[in-house]
Write a protein that binds this ligand. Structure first.
Ligand code: RB5
Length: 145
């Protein structure tokens, strides 16, 4: 798959680590939408970039990192076609895929350990949407766009 990734300054270090992990360990193509340094920047700008990349079909899924993972996910979710959420455990990553067909996750670079975020990303990219009774519910979410 093609995976869009982005962060703010607070998520930059884990963004760099996760980009390498996704490409080298999980074998996906990574589209790094920045930033290129840990200089202070605004998370909505990069949440938007990742969201637009996924919504346009240029990436299959998106991974965003900021301090909490919340703000950047909220920003990405504003883009029509995106279902984004802050995710802090592998279990929630699995349920976000199974039940919500989530296509963008927001990770915390400050409060969640790198090994946990790696596991979250692994599960997020490996889990398929369950469909069935969840499909109508997701369609209702998308009707809100
Ligand atoms: C930046 O200090 C911080 O507010 C940001 O990374 C994020 O946590 C916002 O949700």
């Amino acid at each position: 798959m093609r995976i869009a990734i982005g962060s703010d300054h607070a998520g930059f270090e884990q963004k760099q680590m996760l980009a390498e992990y996704i490409a080298n360990e999980l074998g996906h193509e990574v589209i790094d939408l920045g930033p290129d340094t840990d200089d202070r920047c605004d998370y909505p700008d990069f949440g938007e970039k990742v969201g637009r990349c996924v919504a346009a079909g240029d990436a299959d899924r998106g991974v965003c990192v900021c301090g909490t993972g919340i703000g950047i996910a909220v920003a990405a979710d504003k883009v029509a076609g995106v279902r984004a959420s802050s995710i802090t455990t592998p279990e929630f990553a699995e349920l976000f895929r199974l039940h919500n067909d989530g296509n963008v996750i927001g990770l915390s670079g400050r409060f969640v350990e790198p090994e946990v975020n790696r596991e979250i990303v692994k599960v997020f990219l490996a889990t398929e949407f369950e469909g069935g009774r969840h499909a109508d519910r997701v369609a209702k979410i998308m009707a809100l766009d």
